[in-house]
Write a protein that binds this ligand. Structure first.
Ligand code: SAM
Length: 210
C-alpha cells in the first residue's frame, strides 16, 4: 500500500533506484513472488537513519530473505553487525546466500526462531531495532525492543499504517489492532520521540531520548 499519488511514487522510485545487482535481484524476486520486502524507498530511509546515528549494531525482527538486512548491512559498514532473525530456516539460508554474494555476510549473524524471544535473550543493547514481524505481534515486539535500544538509538517499524486500516475505528482484526496499538505504545512512551512517516505502508520511527 502507498499513500502517495501514483505519479509521485513513480518519481520517487525513478529518482532513487537501487544501485546494486543483488539488491535488484531481491526486488525482482519480491515482486515476482508477492513477498513483502520493505522496498527501496523504505530501505533507503532505514539506511539513512542508521547512518545518521552512526549505527554499528542492528537487530532485525522478521528479516525474510534478507532484503532489509542488505540495507542495514551496507549502512553499518565493515565493522558493523546486523542480526538477521527469521522464523523460516529456508529464508534464513537464502538470506545468507544473497548477503554472501553481495560481500556483506561477514557483517551479519543469522538466527532462526521467534524474533521476539531471540531479541529478549540478547545481553547487549543495539543502535537500531527494526521490526517487521507479523503485525499482531507488534505490541509485544515494542515492549522488548524499547528496552534493547540504546539512548540515541532508534526503533524502526514497517507497515504501521497497515494499508490505512489503523485509521478505521471499525477495523478490529488482530493485525490492525496490533499495528494501531504499536503506534499508541510508541507515541505514549516518554523515553522516545516517535513519528509515523506515511511512506509506503507506514514507517514508525522512535528515537530514544531518555
Ligand atoms: C514482511 S516479511 C520481512 C521482510 C524483510 N524485513 C524485508 O524487508 O526484506 C516478514 C518475515 O518475518 C517472519 N516472521 C514473522 N513473524 C516472525 C517472528 N515472530 N519471528 C521470526 N520471524 C517472523 C516471516 O517468516 C517473514 O519472513
Amino acid at each position: 500500500m502507498n499513500f502517495t499519488d501514483a505519479k509521485v511514487m513513480d518519481y520517487l522510485h525513478a529518482a532513487q533506484p537501487s544501485n546494486d545487482p543483488v539488491l535488484l535481484e531481491m526486488e525482482e524476486r519480491g515482486a515476482r513472488e508477492g513477498f513483502p520486502i520493505i522496498g527501496p524507498l523504505v530501505g533507503r530511509t532505514c539506511a539513512a537513519f542508521a547512518r545518521a546515528i552512526g549505527a554499528k549494531r542492528v537487530f532485525e525482527m522478521g528479516s525474510g530473505f534478507g532484503y532489509s538486512t542488505f540495507w542495514f548491512a551496507r549502512a553499518v559498514g565493515a565493522e558493523g553487525l546486523v542480526v538477521h532473525s527469521e522464523g523460516s530456516a529456508v529464508r534464513s539460508a537464502e538470506a545468507k546466500v544473497y548477503l554472501s554474494s553481495a560481500g556483506l555476510a561477514e557483517r551479519a549473524r543469522f538466527l532462526v526462531g521467534d524474533a521476539l524471544d531471540l531479541l529478549a535473550e540478547e545481553g547487549r543493547s543495539f543502535d537500531v531495532v527494526f521490526i517487521d514481524v507479523d503485525k499482531h505481534q507488534y505490541p509485544d515486539a515494542w515492549r522488548i525492543a524499547c528496552e534493547k535500544v540504546r539512548l540515541g538509538g532508534v526503533v524502526l517499524t514497517d507497515n504501521t499504517l497497515w494499508s490505512g486500516r489503523v485509521a478505521d475505528p471499525k477495523a478490529k482484526d488482530r493485525d490492525t489492532v496490533g499495528a494501531r496499538t504499536y503506534n499508541e505504545l510508541a507515541l505514549a512512551d516518554p523515553r522516545f520521540l516517535t513519528t509515523i512517516l506515511p511512506l509506503r505502508d507506514g514507517l514508525t520511527v522512535s528515537l530514544r531520548i531518555a
